[in-house]
Design a protein around this ligand. Structure first.
Ligand code: NAP
Length: 289
């Protein structure tokens, strides 16, 4: 039995779907108010709870062999404390393998990015826990771009905040879901930290060009500088310091490069015996449906 947290998220939903397709038993951890009907309709066992509640975590890990932590949320409660609790309870109940979805660049020590800090602390805790683990550090997910692609289809515009030349290697969220599941079966993924990015290093300004090819439309790029984001963040911070803090993670994402080297891509492809798909391929599969 697999336990998947974040089962209604962009990644978690795909993980649950794949597990079901492969006829592997799965318990999807979902919140009461979330949209989990599709998961149930496909036959997944759902565990309705909240990761901010320790009792829920304790119950959810019962009779589970594999835990996949793929939830998001705030830095302190969801990203840090819920994961520490999941690790502790997994140890207690004899979980065989714990897969933690972290983030590329988590080890760069960005001071102002609370989610990055929380994830790095969880990585260290998991490594020292005694559990068999795989820590995946993905670049940005291709599925994040689907709403932007829809907007582009309608308006031809693309909003890019910050340096258009900064590099990224966006990962197909479907490939990542496969890698997450394979992590518990592939010997070489045991007790490893693996950066996971797509097969090509793109400049961020290439994303609207790809949209342009997919929709056969000339892109209109709207490109405010990072300073504009900082200005808004500072004003918001005057009224709500908490929001300012959480925008720090977004700033770290906008201000820095997140890509994998060709050697890292090769390692993933050979370890998991798959060919990673390009962003364009991912988008074409979704927008043509
Ligand atoms: N998106 C990216 O580009 C990216 C890149 C690198 C790493 N990651 C990491 O990958 C993981 C998955 O990302 P994603 O984009 O798929 O996430 P997402 O779409 O934002 O979904 C987040 C999930 O976490 C659940 N969740 C949040 N707080 C919860 C709580 N207190 N109790 C129970 N469930 C809770 C949400 O449930 P509800 O449906 O109830 O809200 C949702 O299912 C995250 O750890 C993220 O940090 C993401």
């Amino acid at each position: 039995m697999f336990l998947v947290t974040g089962a209604t998220g962009g990644l978690g939903r795909r993980i649950v779907r794949l597990l079901q397709e492969r006829e592997l038993t799965v318990r999807a951890f979902v919140r009461l108010m979330s949209n989990y009907a599709e998961l149930e309709n496909r036959g997944a066992e759902t565990f309705i709870g909240d990761l901010s509640n320790d009792r829920d975590i304790q119950k959810a890990v019962q009779n589970v062999q594999y835990v996949i932590s793929a939830h998001g949320g705030d830095a302190e409660s969801a990203n840090y404390r819920a994961n520490i609790e999941l690790i502790d309870r997994s140890l207690e109940s004899g979980v065989q393998h714990f897969v933690f979805v972290s983030v590329l660049g988590v080890d760069r020590g960005y001071e102002d990015a609370p989610v990055f800090k929380a994830k790095r602390e969880v990585e260290k805790y998991l490594q020292n826990s005694g559990l068999t683990y795989t820590i995946l550090r993905p670049a940005g997910f291709a599925s994040n771009l689907l709403p932007l692609a829809e907007q582009f289809r309608r308006t031809g515009t693309y909003l890019l905040i910050g340096d258009p030349q900064s590099r990224t290697s966006i990962i197909s969220t479907d490939d990542l879901a496969r890698i997450v599941i394979a992590s518990v079966f592939v010997e070489g993924a045991k007790n490893q930290i693996l950066p996971v990015g797509g097969p090509e290093v793109l400049q961020r300004q290439e994303v609207p060009q790809i949209f342009g090819r997919v929709f056969d439309r000339e892109p209109i790029l709207i490109n405010p500088p990072l300073l504009a984001f900082d200005g808004i963040r500072n004003v918001v911070g005057l009224f709500n310091p908490k929001v300012r803090e959480s925008l720090g993670t977004l700033r770290a994402l906008l201000a820095n490069e997140y890509f994998c080297t060709p050697a890292e891509v090769d390692r993933i492809e050979s370890l998991f015996n798959l060919k990673l798909e390009t962003l364009e391929n991912f988008l074409r599969r979704y927008v043509s449906n």
